[in-house]
Design a protein around this ligand. Structure first.
Ligand SMILES: NC(=O)C1=CN([C@@H]2O[C@H](COP(=O)(O)OP(=O)(O)OC[C@H]3O[C@@H](n4cnc5c(N)ncnc54)[C@H](O)[C@@H]3O)[C@@H](O)[C@H]2O)C=CC1
Ligand SMILES: O=C([O-])CC(=O)C(=O)O
Length: 260
């Protein structure tokens, strides 16, 4: 599989090194990387033997089958439609972009029209298999997510003791914290939608992990899941599991065995 990558930050660099240097997935590598400014990325691109682009149209024309977005919610809105129109699959990590219902419908139509697929990795959480199964013919009554992160990842204000910064529906959470709560949208998409999924965001000066507590109730019974994520050193807002989940989604996309 020939892969293109948008964004060469924390997750992007991890993917480049895993796929191009450590050969995580036989036969798959990142052949093209889109950055807004090439300065500072040449050494990495040489080491990983990949081509750098700062012109998006030239990047789109490059010989790739799948584009991975590892940039921002805004960049998904900006680039994803063109990627599908150019007949390429896309893997989106800034899934918060799909909270916008009309954008979601636009991507759905483009995906169908062009026969292309959109992959959404599980990111920094789990339990999506449970929600999807619980929804199949049964009723899922409620889904709640409580996210607790080091205060410095959530706010520039000094925080002495734990503080609830947000309590409300997922679609509002992602619009206020687009770099911190993409997990709420993947949870919404697997479950009961971004209006009904309740989210609480807690800034905690005493933790050094990104902790996501999920509770769901329905016909199936009850789910409680607590993921205590190690943050990534280059961007502590982001959990290591989120980067790993991209590798896992890539592997799943062409594995002979589908689990879950
Ligand atoms: N789904 C999930 O569970 C999770 C999603 N995320 C999201 O994944 C994304 C990437 O995370 P990190 O790598 O940690 O962030 P990062 O901030 O380290 O890297 C993002 C990179 O994208 C670049 N960028 C921004 N706009 C761009 C554009 N228009 N075109 C090209 N490049 C652009 C930035 O310059 C930066 O180098 C973020 O949106 C983050 O919120 C992060 C953690 C979990
Ligand atoms: O990495 C995490 O723990 C969650 C995160 O930043 C996001 O969902 O945007």
């Amino acid at each position: 599989m020939k892969i293109g990558l948008i964004g060469c930050g924390n997750i992007g660099q991890f993917l480049l090194e895993s796929l191009n240097m450590d050969s995580f997935l036989d036969g798959s590598r990142i052949d093209a990387v889109f950055v807004r400014d090439k300065k500072g990325y040449e050494d990495l691109a040489n080491r990983c033997r990949t081509r750098l682009y700062d012109d998006f149209q030239a990047f789109l024309q490059s010989d790739t089958d799948l584009i991975i977005e590892a940039a921002t919610v805004q960049s998904v809105k900006q680039y994803a439609p063109d990627i599908l129109r150019h007949g390429k699959d896309i893997l989106i990590i800034s899934v918060g972009a799909l909270a916008d219902r009309s954008f979601f419908e636009e991507l759905k139509a483009l995906s169908e029209l062009n026969g292309r697929k959109i992959y959404l990795p599980s990111g920094a959480i789990g339990g999506l298999d449970v929600l999807k199964a619980a929804q199949s013919t049964g009723q899922l009554e409620s889904v709640t997510l409580t996210t607790r992160k080091p205060a410095s990842s959530l706010t520039d204000e000094p925080v002495e003791s734990e503080q609830v910064l947000f309590d409300g529906p997922a679609f509002e959470a992602i619009s206020q914290f687009p770099k911190n709560i993409n997990v709420s949208i993947i949870l919404s998409l697997a479950g009961i939608g971004a209006e009904k999924t309740r989210v609480k965001i807690v800034a905690d000066p005493h933790v050094n992990k990104n902790i996501h507590a999920i509770e769901a109730k329905g016909d199936f019974g009850k789910l409680t899941l607590n993921v205590e994520n190690n943050p990534m050193p280059k961007n502590p807002k982001t959990s290591y599991l989120a980067a790993l989940s991209v590798l896992s989604a890539l592997k799943n996309s062409h594995d002979w065995l589908e689990i879950g």
